[in-house]
Design a protein around this ligand. Sequence first.
Ligand SMILES: NC(=O)c1ccc[n+]([C@@H]2O[C@H](COP(=O)([O-])OP(=O)(O)OC[C@H]3O[C@@H](n4cnc5c(N)ncnc54)[C@H](O)[C@@H]3O)[C@@H](O)[C@H]2O)c1
Length: 248
Amino acid sequence: MTTKTLNGKVALVTGASRGIGKAIALKLASDGAKVVVNYAGNASAAEEVVKQIGSEQATAIKANAGSVSEITTLIDSTIKHFGKLDILVACAGIMHLNELEKVTEEEFDNIFNLNVKGPLFLAQKAAPHMPAGSRIILFSTTLCAASTVTPNYLAYVSSKGAIEQMTRVMSKDLARKGIMVNCVAPGPTGTELFFHGKSEQVLKMIAGFNPQGRIGQPEEIAGVVAFLSGADSSWVTGQTIRVNGGMA
Ligand SMILES: NC(=O)c1ccc[n+]([C@@H]2O[C@H](COP(=O)([O-])OP(=O)(O)OC[C@H]3O[C@@H](n4cnc5c(N)ncnc54)[C@H](O)[C@@H]3O)[C@@H](O)[C@H]2O)c1
C-alpha cells in the first residue's frame, strides 16, 4: 500500500494552469494535498487541472501573482476555501530574452513584478497563516549558475538571482516559525516558456549541450517540489536545488 505523504496538507501553486506549475499541482494532489490552482488570464486551462484532480481536492483561483492587492485576495481566498495553508509554491514566472541595449523599463518592471515582488509578498501574506512545518518553495533557473550564465537574459536572470538570495534570507526570517524556505532552479524544461520562439535546430542544440542529451520534463521538476513539501525534507531550508540533468 502506498502512503499519501501529503495527506491533510493544503498547497497553493501559482501559475498552475500549465507547464511546471501544472505538473506540481498534479503531483502534490496525487501525494494527497488539497491544491489551489492559481492562474492568470483564461480560466479554462486551470479548470481542466481542477477537473483532473477532482473538485473536492482542488479549486482554481484567478489572481495576478505579481500584484500585491491580488496576492492578498488570493491568500485570503485560499484560507477561506481550505481553512489553512501548508505549502506555498511561487512558480509563476515570465522570461524575456533581451540584450542590455534593448531592455525597456516596461519589460524590466513586468519581469521583476512577477518573478521577484510576487514571491516576496506571497510569502509575507501567507506566512502568518502557515503552521510550523510548513514549506515555501520559490523558483529560480539553472541559468543563474556561474557556469551557465548566458548573454541576453539580463533582466530574467537578475530576477532569479534575487530569488536565490531571497530564499536564503527568507529561510532565516521564518526559521523560528518552523517554516522551511527552499528554491528549485530548473534547467531547460519542456514547457511553453522554454519552447517559445525556438526553432527545431536550436532545441536540438540545447538538448545536445545537456550531459543527458535531452531537455527535462515538468514532472521531473514536480518530483523535487514534492520532496521539498514533505516530511523527508524537514531539515532542508535556505537551499537552491538545481534540477537540470547535470548541466551545472
Ligand atoms: N521551462 C523552463 O525551461 C524553465 C527553466 C528554468 C526556470 N523556469 C521557471 O519555472 C517557472 C515555471 O515556468 P514554466 O516553464 O512552467 O512557464 P510557463 O510559461 O509554461 O507557465 C507559466 C505559468 O505562469 C502563469 N502566469 C503568467 N503570468 C502570471 C501572473 N501574472 N500571475 C499568475 N500566473 C501567471 C501562466 O499563465 C502559466 O500558467 C517559472 O518561474 C520559470 O521562470 C522554467
